[in-house]
Design a protein around this ligand. Structure first.
Ligand SMILES: C[S@@+](CC[C@H](N)C(=O)[O-])C[C@H]1O[C@@H](n2cnc3c(N)ncnc32)[C@H](O)[C@@H]1O
Length: 236
């Protein structure tokens, strides 16, 4: 099954997981860190891989006007019912039904590592951006998806058993507080994202590596980044 279809099959679990306040890193710190990356509101925004719509809803509260697209019809249906006035569309990130040079800001929050044809999705974001527009993305940091900590101890060793350079699909299942989710993702080295950005004609202007600020100092995800944030600009 491709990742788009896998996410549609996982939609009910994702809705419960994503909508439980405080449940995942989005609520604990990740959304706030992502907002730091964005050009200021007001700004017309296209959110690629919006899921059930939590980021578009939060961006709208901050003064952005947002169109959300996602490959899952179930997630888009739930995004619409949580925000009936909003603009949510079922679409593949690799084939956006949006005009050339029409959007000043594209966000892709924790979606590109789950998108089958990531280079095409980045190319599409570049196509729809106006000159001077920004792509702001958050992904699972490629060092995170390359390996795993051996234990839960704060000083646990982080081990990469295969090749960091080799792209591969993986599934990660988490169970917490009665909720269960499987993430369907692809590990890709950083250079694959940079190659896609370069081929799309975008220029990187900021890159930030995000640890877990709620982990005690010296703990596992204080020593390594969970996520990678990147902002790229379409040259004028
Ligand atoms: C981890 S979820 C993140 C959702 C949302 N950005 C959030 O943080 O709440 C990844 C999302 O990518 C979407 N996705 C996967 N493949 C896609 C594709 N080809 N086109 C558009 N969306 C896709 C999934 O349906 C899912 O909603």
């Amino acid at each position: 099954m491709n990742m788009r279809d896998a996410w549609e099959a996982e939609a009910a679990n994702w809705i419960a997981w994503a909508r439980t306040p405080g449940h995942d890193s989005y609520w604990r710190f990740h959304a706030e860190r992502f907002f730091e990356l964005l050009p200021p509101a007001p700004c017309e925004t296209l959110d690629v891989g919006c899921g059930e719509g939590r980021l578009p809803r939060d961006l709208k509260q901050r003064g952005y006007s947002v169109t959300g697209i996602d490959g899952s019809a179930t997630l888009i249906e739930h995004a619409r019912s949580a925000d009936p006035a909003g603009d949510y569309r079922v679409a593949d990130a690799a084939a956006l039904q949006i005009g050339d040079a029409s959007v000043p800001l594209v966000t892709a929050f924790m979606s590109l590592q789950d998108i089958d044809d990531m280079p095409a999705a980045v190319r599409e974001t570049a196509r729809v951006l106006v000159p001077g527009g920004r792509l702001c993305l958050a992904i699972v940091h490629p060092i995170n998806s390359a390996g795993a900590f051996e234990t839960m101890e704060p000083d646990a060793a982080f081990v990469i058993r295969g090749s960091y350079f080799e792209g591969r699909r993986y599934e990660d299942t988490f169970e917490r507080s009665g909720l269960k989710i499987t993430f369907y993702s692809e590990h890709r080295p950083i250079q694959d994202y940079f190659a896609a950005i370069e081929a799309a004609g975008l220029l990187v202007e900021r890159l930030v590596e995000i640890p877990d600020p709620k982990d005690p100092p010296g703990n596992r995800w204080q020593r390594l980044p969970l996520f990678l944030h990147l902002r790229a600009v379409k040259p004028v």
